[in-house]
Design a protein around this ligand. Structure first.
Ligand code: NAG
Ligand code: NAG
Ligand code: NAG
Ligand code: NAG
Ligand code: NAG
Length: 423
């Protein structure tokens, strides 16, 4: 089935997971402080959110409901401007936290140094690069967690490298469940990455001899996804962190792992299988609903939650395993963006906007803030590692660092600053 090919482009993720697991095991053997005691900043206060006008209905047009830094500005509506003389000194390829496959400068990707010469210009305002020293001052005594898949790690690494450049006094330190984490000692600011592919807990499932509803339908094996149980890697994160940034999406369209025939996803609610079995996109809606409720219940009042929209892939000429590649050295034109991503064309990377439809629906009425990175990123076919990713297949999914995840963080900090109550 064609759908099977479609999202098998997750292969880069899986190879990455192998690397990550190895690193994870290595870092386990080093000593890592683990703590789950709730700590919250005494000093920061954020404006309460008005949930009624939280989310707009249109997932694809990308108007930004929380452009509160400048309420007339839609940060997702704009264009990339090239400045050959742009100086980029946020951080460089020597930042050790950059995963090798994303270090396009070190890997000599031909446009590796050019990627950051493009600046995102929202139509009606400016998006400034955030000032890392000011950030450390403002958010001292604060814990910030990224919760999601490797694309959220991409963003986490960008933030880490930017802060590390101005404050080198850093201790490796992982809050409970986190994959990686660092404290900027002088500022008592911790940032951490909690790895989770589906947000919900999942694991292998196989038919049991005692029979059951799935067994009765003839199912032999697959994955059990508990739609109402957060994965252990982040279940403590809402109590620990003051600010959380979530994402999910890439793994929901991943038939190379969740093969609809050989290893389908079975959704469980309250410990029982959902019968008749539901498709992954329906399961995603259930998971989002439960996870949003869980976070809203668990996080302290005044804590800030962001949901980052889907990061687009740029496979052209086929899927990752069908010689799909991303060889462009310049951003796409608006009409090329539509050709690649419009739902009508149902192309290779169509999931970017599909995922967003689910996110926007689930977040409507919640008190999450939305970080809309999809539109700006859709242009950047030039900014993936491609063959420099060091894999058999082009990596047209993750992003080079330095690169556009830096702009995502500018957007994040702009939003965050706008929510702060200054006394
Ligand atoms: C989109 O294309 C895939 C094949 O790549 C196909 O399986 C699917 O049915 C199409 N969806 C729609 C809505 O046309
Ligand atoms: C929230 O926004 C709605 C619509 O803009 C407005 O009618 C309502 O008064 C606002 N509520 C608060 C508490 O600000
Ligand atoms: C959604 O966006 C599309 C494309 O920009 C536009 O044509 C459509 O009218 C929008 N729909 C709504 C409900 O705003
Ligand atoms: C990148 O280029 C430098 C200088 O030409 C070379 O020393 C290095 O081995 C190259 N690295 C890779 C990964 O090809
Ligand atoms: C560090 O920040 C936490 C809040 O995240 C606070 O509870 C703790 O007291 C701070 N430590 C110091 C030494 O100020």
């Amino acid at each position: 089935m064609a759908a099977t090919k479609k999202l098998s482009s997750l292969f880069p993720v899986f190879s990455l997971i192998c690397f990550v697991s190895v690193f994870f095991l290595l870092s386990l053997s080093r000593k890592a402080s683990i703590s789950s005691s709730p700590t919250h900043s005494q000093f920061l206060q954020f404006k309460p959110i008005n949930a009624t006008n939280n989310v707009h209905a249109n997932a694809t047009s990308g108007s930004d409901p929380y452009a509160s830094a400048d309420s007339s500005c839609d940060y997702s509506d704009g264009s990339w401007i090239y400045d050959p003389d742009a100086r980029f000194d946020r951080y460089d390829s020597s930042c050790k936290e950059i995963f090798k496959g994303w270090n396009c400068i070190l890997k000599n990707k031909s446009n590796g140094r050019d990627i950051v010469k493009w600046r995102w210009k929202p139509r009606n305002c400016h998006l400034q690069p955030f000032d890392p020293l000011k950030f450390l001052h403002t958010y001292r005594d604060t814990n910030i967690g990224f919760v999601g898949d490797s694309l959220n790690r991409n963003m986490f690494v960008s933030l880490f490298c930017t802060l590390k450049r101005v404050s080198g006094d850093v201790k490796k330190w992982r809050p409970a469940g986190a994959d990686r984490g660092f404290t900027f000692i002088r500022y008592n600011l911790t940032i951490a990455y909690h790895r989770t592919n589906l947000l919900a807990r999942y694991g292998r499932w196989s038919a049991s001899g005692n029979g059951g509803k799935l067994e009765a339908l003839g199912y032999k094996e697959g994955y059990r996804v508990d739609v109402d149980i957060p994965e252990g890697t982040w279940e403590k994160a809402p109590r620990f962190h003051d600010i959380l940034i979530f994402n999910t999406g890439h793994w929901w369209w991943a038939p190379s792992k969740f093969d609809p025939v050989k290893s389908p996803m079975f959704f469980f609610e309250k410990g029982l299988p959902v019968i008749p079995p539901i498709a992954p996109d329906v399961g995603l809606d259930k998971v989002l609903k439960h996870m949003i409720q869980f976070v809203e219940k668990t996080m302290q009042t005044g804590a800030i939650k962001f949901f980052r929209t889907q990061s687009p892939r740029h496979f052209e000429g086929g899927e990752w395993d069908q010689v799909g590649s991303c060889q462009r050295l310049q951003p796409l034109l608006p009409e090329q963006v539509e050709e690649l991503f419009s739902l009508k064309n149902n192309g290779t990377n169509v999931e970017a906007r599909l995922v967003n439809q689910h996110l926007y629906k689930a977040l409507k009425g919640s008190n999450f803030h939305i970080l809309d990175v999809t539109r700006m990123s859709e242009f950047r076919a030039d900014a993936h590692p491609s063959t420099a990713g060091g894999k058999k297949h082009d990596d047209c999914m993750h992003w080079c660092l330095p690169g556009i995840a830096d702009t995502w963080n500018d957007l994040f900090v702009t939003h965050l600053d706008s929510l702060k109550i200054t006394n």
